[in-house]
Design a protein around this ligand. Structure first.
Ligand code: PRX
Length: 646
């Protein structure tokens, strides 16, 4: 497209960066030509107890099996903590910035090591052994990181559940991986308001069953009910354990964590990541994409409950011996300048956030940004959803003072780390494009029949071969892993995203092509919201689609058919929104609910979502062929009563 603005690599970046354009092209070509040689070399960036002799052993057809560095042994906590203590024990590993701007702490690698070992011994004292699943439902406090690393240290598998999920959602995740130990806090604190984490855990345990131990970290010191014989306060349990805990020797393919994510059908899937390949990939992408150099202060605003928090707050940065900032609060409290104030306070050099946050802050104008210095900033990052060019330009001009490149990083929970992204010293930027593949990543664009497209084109994005950070299975359901990702296009990993490639070979992600919507960078299955709605006694049927939303990227639009005899009302609308928040969590709240006497169905009873999407987008001029509908008249009613009007 000729009207696309192109930003050249700034001269100082071309000089300081690890990789320039020619080097990128050379390394990329080498990584694709001989993955064994490339990753065999880069796998050495982490310490191995027993070095690997095999590198890549992967296949996507006729079945799926993914193994990297399979005969090597290592430990993630050793790599993220222990190995730095000798060389840089006094360096800050984690800067913790509290919800309250007056609260912050620096935790050195030496302190981190002591905390992780103690936490590991508390887990052991609660009966946790290698291979056991531990559910972590925590606010953004250092203990969340200690708990995750403690699991890695003793070979337990963590499943972190975002603190914004409801007790029901938490219960489903506890039950799915049969986790008998839960780590939580009395309360969380966000934007000055308490979040009742322990009460949610109690409700979840009652529903899930099987939880024998709840470890409670004190955050606000609120009085919370403690179940005798099951619940322990962390600080009390920590007093009676030893200070030292050796690392378990883990196989490269031993599980590291499970993280639940939404798909187009059914309940959330337990995405399973393993040890060696994941860590190599998270660490390497963190170093090159953010061009991380010793001494840089790096801040990723994600929550540890999402994959971005796993790979780019914790594992990638700590494996590199970096200083990573962990923020408990929200970007809008106590004021909309908070992010920029935190940047000035801690002299942050690299800032990584989501487009939804940028769009929300854009709404408050430039002054709250411009009154801060941000002189320390060198690089900006974006993740989680497509960034619209207007938000990109604002981020670049207002936040980055036209000085800082923006890395728009495309990846997924399933991919473990960043797959398509600029490298700041190598890649010319085009606002809205995630640009080019990272080393070892082979993107292809296919049409509906799976035919690979050449040159500039549009279609579905697949990845033709494995990379070390890739998920290995759906926990407890390998067949679902195959069916979800490898059945649509034989021999390729299907991402679920639509994509365009331009004449420079740049990739432009256009959003999901399945029934997954992306609300403020959070992934939501429409089927999940539908099943929450139909669980309400007054609802007979529901269909949920996404629609364009100025700040959230996509909003949730629900069509609801009521039980016979029930009348639509504003009160019921509010009740249904509250119901979904309770069932799933606030991130799933429908933005618009349309009461519909009927839904458009084919004669065989299949809901025609294409039509519902068009109406939700206020684009009903292009409804296409409706002649196959069982009752074409329902469409007129839906259009007449649509909720999203320009
Ligand atoms: O649709 C893509 C979108 O987010 C999806 C993955 O969501 P999740 O697993 O929750 O991981 C989010 C953080 C990695 C993708 O399928 N997505 C993520 N990053 C981008 C993006 N879409 C466009 N541009 C991005 N940079």
């Amino acid at each position: 497209m000729s009207d696309v603005k192109v930003y050249d690599v700034p001269a100082e970046w071309a000089e300081r960066a690890y990789v320039g354009d020619a080097e990128y092209r050379r390394l990329y070509a080498a990584s694709i030509a001989d993955p064994d040689a490339f990753w065999g070399e880069h796998g050495k960036r982490i310490d191995w107890f027993k070095p690997y002799t095999k590198v890549k052993n992967t296949r996507y057809a006729p079945d799926v099996s993914i193994r990297w560095f399979e005969d090597g042994t290592t430990n993630v906590a050793h790599n993220c903590v222990d190995r730095h203590v000798g060389k840089r024990g006094d360096r800050t590993a984690i800067i913790w910035e509290g919800d309250n701007p007056a609260e912050s702490r620096h935790i050195s690698y030496r302190e981190l090591s002591a905390e992780v070992q103690r936490f590991a011994n508390v887990l052991k004292a609660q009966g946790v052994a290698r291979g056991d699943r531990v559910t972590i439902y925590m606010p953004m406090i250092p203990e969340a990181a200690y708990a995750m690393l403690a699991c890695a240290r003793i070979g337990a598998v963590h499943s972190v559940v975002f603190g914004g999920f409801s007790p029901d959602s938490l219960a489903g995740r506890i039950a799915d991986c049969a986790s008998s130990v839960v780590v939580t806090a009395d309360e969380g604190l966000r934007g000055g308001k308490p979040v009742p984490l322990k009460l949610n855990v109690d409700a979840a345990c009652a529903k899930a069953g099987g939880v024998t131990s709840v470890i409670v970290v004190r955050r606000t010191a609120a009085a919370v009910p403690m179940t005798a014989g099951r619940d322990v306060y962390y600080d009390e349990a920590a007093k009676s354990v030893a200070a030292e805990c050796p690392c378990e020797e883990m196989g490269a393919e031993d599980p590291l964590f499970i993280l639940y994510t939404s798909g187009s059908t059914g309940k959330p899937k337990g995405v399973l990541h393993t040890t060696g390949g994941y860590l190599v990939y998270a660490a390497m992408t963190h170093q090159y994409v953010f061009d991380y150099h010793d001494g840089d202060i790096y801040w990723c605003t994600a929550d540890v409950g999402w994959v971005t928090g796993h790979s780019y707050i914790l594992y990638g940065p700590l494996a590199n011996g970096a200083t990573t900032l962990m923020f408990e609060g929200v970007p809008t409290w106590p004021s909309v300048s908070r992010c920029w104030e935190v940047i000035d306070k801690h002299k942050v050099n690299i800032f990584y956030t989501a487009p939804t946050a940028i769009r929300a802050l854009m709404g408050s104008g430039e002054e709250p940004v411009k009154k801060t210095s941000r002189a320390s900033l060198r690089l900006l990052g974006s993740v989680g959803e497509p960034i619209n060019p207007e938000a990109w330009e604002w981020y670049h001009r207002v936040v980055g003072d036209e000085r800082c490149p923006i890395v728009d990083t495309w990846w997924q929970t399933e991919t473990g780390g960043i797959l398509i992204t600029p490298l700041p010293g190598a890649t010319k930027l085009k606002p809205g494009s995630a640009t080019r593949p990272f080393f070892g990543v082979k993107p292809e664009i296919v049409d509906a029949d799976g035919k690979v497209q050449d040159g500039p084109c549009a279609g579905n994005l697949v990845i033709a071969d494995s990379w070390p950070g890739q998920m290995r299975t759906v926990y407890g359901d390998h067949q679902r892993f195959f069916d979800t990702y490898f059945a649509a296009y034989k021999g390729k990993y299907f991402t679920g995203d639509g994509c365009r490639r331009d004449e420079d070979g740049y990739y432009w992600i256009t959003g999901r092509v399945d029934d997954v919507i992306n609300v403020s960078g959070h992934r939501m299955g429409t089927a999940e919201v539908e099943s929450a709605l139909v669980a309400h006694e007054k609802v007979s049927e529901a269909a949920v689609v996404g629609y364009p939303h100025d700040i959230k990227g996509q909003g949730i639009y629900a069509y609801v058919t009521l039980m016979r005899g029930e009348e639509p009302s504003e009160g019921l609308r509010k009740e249904l929104v509250a119901w979904v928040r309770k069932e799933i969590g606030p991130i799933a709240s429908p933005d618009l609910i349309q009461f519909a006497p009927g839904l458009p169905k084919t004669r065989s009873g299949k809901i025609m979502r294409r039509i519902l999407r068009k109406i939700a987008e206020d684009d009903f001029g292009a409804l296409g062929d409706t002649s196959t509908l069982a009752d074409p008249a329902v469409v007129d009613d839906l259009v007449a009563n649509r909720q999203n009007r320009a």
